[in-house]
Design a protein around this ligand. Sequence first.
Ligand code: NDP
Length: 332
Amino acid sequence: MRWALVGASTIASQHMIRAIRAQAGSEVARVVSGSRDRAEAYAREHGIPAFGTDLNEALADPAIDAVYISTTNEKHLKQALAAIAAGKHVLCEKPLAMTVPDAAAMVRAADEAGVTFATNHHLRCSGSHRAVRALIREGRVGKVLSVRVFHAVHLPENLQGWRINSAAEGGGVIPDITVHDADVVRFLLDEDPVSVVAQATSSGMGQGVEDSAMSVWAMPSGAMVMSHESFTHPFAGSGLEVHGTQGSIFARGVMTQKPVGEIELVDTADRHAIPFDAHDLYITGVAEFEAAVRGEGSPAATGIDGVKSLAVAAAVREAAEAGTRVTINYGG
Ligand code: NDP
């Protein structure tokens, strides 16, 4: 498959170029950037044969099959709609858009055009998260009573740009990390949160946007979810816990881009170390996207998943701002 990158971004250089090139027969054929100089430098650094600033020119290239969008969040909508209109398959970064209706419009357009459209929620591709999900589905914890998600990290210095100071570009920890946690919980429990209460604050990094959030979600099954995200916690470590009537799962160090961490299941019998596959999350995500394009299965996180996970994050922000419980609006 021949890919065009839209956005000369960090995530593409750190993970997605490698992930595309790891697929048999796939290549990164072009990069589109807002700046010609950056496009040229990026193309040279990564050995990408074509570069430019004109998205339409890239989309007019019939040799391009798929587009990976990793620009700042406010640009995703327009770029995705253009790529879909040109008949390209689209893998779009999270959050899909600035608002739930915009994200839903992207999914609708892709459906109408008959192209594959997916969200790059990489954590669904992690062997650790898939192992936790399997334990829950096999009934190893009984009925799930609660989930705790620990995702307070220290934002690396090279990412301390628009994420911490630009609401207009989609900054803030809620669109950046809460949206991932929403997707993880939806993936693990196979149900969508109903309502949330939340608080958010700036604890030293956020300028005009929140850098920390805590929220509690009510699930249709009656389970409660507690979620904590931050940019300012150097030593907190990440993880998630699933507590059920028959057992508890402790997954430590798993809210990450790498196939690392450890999982323990505790029940009346014992403490069980749970093995999991250590495949690359991004290579798996691109492989499943390309398979979906070939008509084999569905992407790890679909467009609908991107819309729903954004809806949860949007509700968390609204609840934090309003100081009241918010019922999540998935847009019908
Ligand atoms: P970056 O800040 O690295 O890139 C975003 C945009 O900023 C690029 O498209 C580029 O614009 C511009 N840019 C990049 N570097 C420079 C520079 N040195 N000088 C000026 N402009 C620059 O963001 P990320 O890669 O961290 O995030 C991009 C998207 O990916 C976001 O939507 C984010 O939420 C998502 N993301 C997803 C992750 C995941 O694991 N699923 C992980 C990290 C991010 P231009 O388009 O003009 O080239």
